[in-house]
Design a protein around this ligand. Structure first.
Ligand code: DX5
Ligand code: ZN
Length: 219
């Protein structure tokens, strides 16, 4: 599958969001981290802000829900116009019901697992969802170090996707940068979230996106 680079605006200036979005127009999607102070010890955006980001963004939205009880809120986030909404399987008793709610809303569906969560119980869902996000840091904050030890899960998802003949966005998120993206790509990832390695560099976001894309393609 084609390499996808999804910059995370968690690392952007929240009060200059529209300007930040213009700097990443060469990316494939903008990754929007939604945090609720419960599932993770941090707080970011609600659906109103996500909807405004969608209105002014030059590229589609990849919404990453780090919230408890996603079944209560997914319809609101789907209604923002997001291309894909990803939720954490640890945050709900019924991941299939959440997937069904997103399908009914006409949104691409994504599931995510934290570093300590095994993927085996969820591998059957690889045949149903559009995106599987393997977290490569503990969710909650940008700027953390990439956890190479979780890449076996990326390969397990990649193998299952290939067996089922489906194109699945296999996403890694956390600590992805020029020094780590190739290991993730070789493990089978095709979709790369990058916050600090796009927005906190000496080079421009557009140059950082191009560099990351080239490295992933060459892996
Ligand atoms: C962390 C978020 C990430 C974060 C990644 O919980 O899910 O999307 O923005 O930031 P970096 O790329 O700086 O690790
Ligand atoms: Zn994220």
């Amino acid at each position: 599958m084609q390499v996808r680079i999804n910059p995370s605006v968690l690392a952007a200036d929240f009060v200059n969001m529209e300007a930040a979005l213009q700097t990443i127009s060469t990316a494939d999607a903008v990754h929007v981290d939604v945090m609720d102070y419960h599932f993770v010890p941090n707080l970011t955006f609600g659906p109103q802000m996500v909807g405004r980001i969608h209105e002014v963004s030059p590229i589609p939205l990849d919404v990453h829900l780090m919230i408890e009880h996603p079944e209560r809120w997914v319809a609101d986030f789907a209604a923002t116009g997001a291309e894909c909404v990803t939720f954490h399987v640890e945050a709900t008793d019924d991941p299939v019901a959440v997937i069904e709610a997103l399908e009914q809303a006409g949104t691409h569906t994504g599931i995510s697992v934290k570093p300590g969560t095994p993927i085996e119980p969820y591998l059957d869902l690889v045949e149903r969802v559009d995106q599987v996000l393997i977290m490569t840091v503990e969710p909650g904050f940008g700027g953390q170090s990439f956890m190479e030890e979780v890449l076996g899960k990326v390969t397990a998802v990649s193998t299952r996707a290939a067996e089922s003949g489906r194109d699945v966005w296999i996403q890694v998120d956390g600590g992805v940068g020029p020094d780590t993206i190739q290991a993730a790509a070789r493990a089978g990832a095709n979709t790369f979230v990058a916050g600090s390695s796009v927005f906190d560099r000496e080079i421009s976001p557009a140059e950082a996106i191009a560099e990351l894309r080239a490295k992933a393609q060459a892996a």
